[in-house]
Structure formats: C-alpha cells, structure tokens
Design a protein around this ligand. Structure first.
Ligand code: HEC
Length: 486
C-alpha cells in the first residue's frame, strides 16, 4: 500500500502587494497622429532612397517589401523587420548598425545609412512604428503568446495569427535587475492579463493585455505558474534553481493578488497544473518521488508516493482540456507518466510512455489527442498519441537547442516550443547543437528561439528568434468547446 494521507496546514500571510497601477507602458492602444516627432512619410522617403531598389515587388530580398507601411509590417519570409516600441531589438536597426561584414546594406553593395538616418528609423520605431494615419501595428492583436527570455529580464510577445514578435516587455523598466530571470507565464482565459514569475527577483508580476504593470507580489524563488480557468486563483511553485525553497506553493487570488502559502509537505515543489472543472492543484517534488494534490475548497493536501527505485525528477505537468488526464514528464528517467484524474486519491500512473532524453514542459492539443514536449537534452520534440499512448513522432530540426517551454494556438493548428540555446561546457554532451542565428550581429550567438510546428505536417515551419534563453511560454489555455452554449 502506498502511503496516502490527508491533512491541512496553511501558512498564510499577506504579501506586501506593491501596487504599481497605472504605470503606463507604451504598447498597444492606438495613438492617432498628433504629437509624434517622426512622420511616416519621412521614413518611406528614406526607404525609397536607400532600400526599395532591392526590397520591392515579387523579387524583394528575403520577401521583405519596403514600399509601403503595410508591407513593411507584414515582415519578411522569416518574420518581423521591426518590433514596435523597441528599435534596439528590431532586426532592421540591428542589421543596419551591427551586421558583421556590414552594416546592411553595405555588404550587398547598397549605401550605408548615416547616423541621422539611423536615428530617424529608430525614433520612428520607438514611437511604435505608426502608419501615416497614426495606426500602431498589432494594436488589437487577439491571440498572443508570451515567451520569457530568462537571461535578459525580457518577455517577447508573439502574435499567434502572424507568428511574429510584436512587442517586448523589459522588466528592467520596472526596477527588476538584469538577472531577474523571468521563467514562466500564465495568461487569463480571456487574455485580459498575464502573469510572469521572476526567479531571481523573487517576484510574480501581473500585466494587462496592453503590457501595463498592474501589480506585483514578493514570492521566494517562483517557478511554474498555473491558473484555474474556472476559479479565482493563480498558483505558483518553485524554481529548479532553488536548492531548498519553502515546502509550500503560492495560492494567489488574481483579482487583488493577495498571497497565501500552502504547505505541500514535499521538498522542491516544481511541476504544477490545475484540473479544469474541479480546481484541484497538482505539484511534484524535484528531489523525491512524491506528488501533492491540493483541494482548494477545503484546503486539504494529499501526498502520494510515485513508484520507482530511481529518482524520476518530475519536471512538468499538463492536464487534458477535458480535465480527465494528466501527463507528467521526468527528467532523469525520460518518461511521460499518464494519470487518470478521475481516480481521485490514487495518483498511480495508468501508463508510462518512454521518450527521448529530458522531456521538459508538455502541452496538450485542444482536442486532447496529442501531447507535445521538447526534450531538453536531445534537441527534439516528442509527439505523443494519447489514444494509443505511444510516442508517435520525433521532430528534429533547426531552431531546437535545449528545448524548454511549450504552448499551442487556440485552434490547435500550431505548437510552439521555446529553446534556451545556451552555450554549454565541453563535457555537457549537448554542445555543438546550439542554434546559429540567421545574421551575425556580433553579440547574438546565444539568441533563444521559439519554433513553430505545424500540427498537420508535424514539421517545424518557422524559427522565431527571440533574445537570450527562451524559457517558459504562456498562452491562454485552449478551452474545451462545449456543445451547448449557455
Ligand atoms: C543592394 C540590395 C539591398 C539594399 C539596397 C537593401 N537591402 Fe536589405 N537585404 C538585401 C538582401 C540581399 C538581404 C538578405 C541578406 C542576406 O542574405 O545576408 C536583405 C535583408 C534585409 C533584412 C532582413 C530580412 C530578413 O528577415 O532576413 C532587412 C530588415 C533589410 N534587408 C532591411 C533593409 C533596409 C532598411 C534597407 C535600406 C536602408 C535595405 N535593406 C537595403 C538587399 C538589400
């Protein structure tokens, strides 16, 4: 018999909720015309003088047309040329100032931009890259993916319609240190707010969909976040980087960000998921083979032993959209456990699927039929068929370099997997598999990535370059389509 016991302890205290409401972040609301220093007509004139000889029509270099605002915003065959409000991280500015062997377009025989011209372009982008009528690109993008850049205190915002980076949120602008280490992101089901854990800053921050900081709380070494789509809470577990964090998870009321810590009686709680419908929270230890289930209604915690002589080190949990099944990935035993959540109080896996090395964070497709997971030590993505409970496909390809986070588009068309692309020691066994960015900018060898996988062809169809150390991904969780709307 496995030891199963139920009891309740709550260590509760209110965190010093540092409300920072109204701290405006330029970003999303359209700004119409007035007050802008740069007019688009001047930017377009510059493009005509120095760029459109190569960047126009069907033959435009890299598919990037610079003959109209709309074409420029649509980007190249590979992605965005500008990120509104962030000139410094916009490819167009980086290429025309930093390209090794350049600056562009010098290396292809074009005329170098003067400092004044670079300043004009940069200022226009920093003002949001508005059109002649003041329209800001992607001001009302609906389906967003948030990607943490763990080594540079930055969050990249990706539009799921176009798969382009459309905003960046620099946590240093909110007083966080450069090593704040944003790790994971949870998004409200309606997209109205998102939450990010910053490991080394010991904070969880709440932003609205326009990237205005709404609130932040202190929390020791936060790691994974999960929210109850039907309830009022956000949950937080602890980072892998924490050696002996509190044996408790955070229960945070999302409306006012009040925090309660709930003891889970196991060391290093890491994996985290919420079961839709019931609101039960599952977490697992990195150090011992134990899973804790937390029932918010009566604040009861149940602890279960997971079988096995070896340490599994459960990394991530994901629950199927219908709430029936949960998968758990194990770093040290390269397995995906399948749990039947209808068997309450019994967390014995009903199946174990052997996968490639170090499966990291799993994600279900909206129909619940497949699970995708990046293999952190193998530079592959494993696709699991949840009907046959087998490893159906191993995806390889450019852009996978220590895969980490996973997310899915609301329609299930695309799966997104982030990669760290860290430089690793000779003895690590993974060195040499790192991703090489498309352009050498001198300082970008460690750019992280988000690969886009077409769930029909099971191929990587795009590599989105982000900044340093792509870690957690967050998108509004796919909801089960209910037959009867009420
Ligand atoms: C003489 C032709 C030429 C001119 C002029 C030129 N480009 Fe390019 N551009 C290219 C080529 C070729 C590439 C692909 C680069 C490569 O293969 O290294 C490119 C690539 C780019 C890219 C990267 C697209 C991507 O996603 O890969 C950007 C951004 C860009 N150009 C912006 C500009 C801007 C801004 C100007 C004007 C200041 C300009 N280019 C002028 C030929 C040109």
């Amino acid at each position: 018999m496995k030891p199963t016991f139920s009891f309740v302890i709550c260590i509760s205290f209110l965190a010093s909720a540092l409300a920072a409401g109204g701290c405006a972040m330029p970003g999303a609301t359209p700004v119409y015309g007035a007050g802008l220093a740069i007019q688009y007509v001047d930017v377009q004139r510059l493009f005509h003088e120095k760029c459109t000889s190569c960047h126009t029509g069907a033959e435009a270099a890299r598919g990037l047309r610079l003959d109209s605002w709309g074409a420029l915003i649509a980007g190249s065959d590979h992605g965005e040329a500008v990120i509104p409000f962030d000139a410094a991280r916009s490819l167009m500015v980086e290429l025309t100032t930093k390209l090794v062997g350049g600056p562009h377009p010098t290396e292809v025989g074009g005329g170098t931009l003067s400092d004044t011209e670079v300043a004009l372009l940069s200022e226009w982008i920093d003002e949001g890259a508005p059109s002649a009528t003041g329209e800001i690109p992607f001001a009302d993008a609906q389906h967003l993916l948030y990607a943490a850049n763990q080594s540079v205190a930055l969050v990249s915002v990706i539009d799921l319609e176009t798969n382009q980076v459309i905003r960046t949120v620099d946590l240093q602008e909110y007083g966080l240190p450069q090593n704040a280490s944003p790790h994971h992101i949870a998004v409200e089901p309606d997209g109205s707010h998102w939450y990010v854990s910053a490991i080394a800053a010991n904070q969880i921050l709440k932003f609205d969909r326009y990237n205005n900081l709404a609130e932040r709380i202190d929390f020791v070494r936060p790691g994974l976040l999960a929210l109850d789509p039907d309830g009022e809470n956000l949950y937080a577990a602890r980072s892998m980087a924490a050696v002996s964090p509190p044996q408790a998870i955070g229960v945070i009321r999302r409306s006012d960000m009040t925090l309660e810590e709930v003891g889970v009686f196991l060391p290093r709680p890491h994996a985290l998921a919420v079961r839709p419908g019931t609101g039960t929270v599952y977490t697992a230890s990195l150090a011992v083979n134990q899973i804790a289930s937390f029932y918010p209604e009566d604040e009861a915690v149940e602890l279960d032993e997971l079988e096995g002589d070896r340490q599994h080190t459960l990394v991530g949990f994901a629950v199927s959209p219908n709430g029936r099944w949960m998968v758990g990935t194990t770093e040290l035993t390269a397995s995906v456990f399948v749990f039947d959540l209808d068997r309450e109080l019994d967390m014995t896996p009903v199946d174990t699927i052997a996968v490639n090395a170090a499966p990291w964070y799993p994600v279900f497709t909206p129909d619940g039929r497949r699970v995708y997971v990046g293999n952190n030590r193998d530079n592959t993505v494993n696709v699991l068929d949840m009907e046959t409970r087998t490893l159906a496909k191993v995806i390889e390809g450019n852009g996978l370099a220590q895969p980490h986070g996973a997310a899915v588009s609301p329609d299930g068309r695309f799966v997104y997997v982030s990669s760290r692309n860290l430089e690793l020691g000779e003895d690590d066994g993974r060195s040499g598999h790192t991703y090489k960015p498309r352009y050498d900018l001198g300082d970008n060898t460690r750019a992280g990535t988000v690969v886009v996988i077409d769930t029909k062809s099971q191929e990587i169809v795009k590599v989105i370059e982000i900044e340093g150390y792509g870690s957690g991904l967050g998108a509004a969780a796919p909801r089960l389509r209910t037959a009867v709307p009420n």
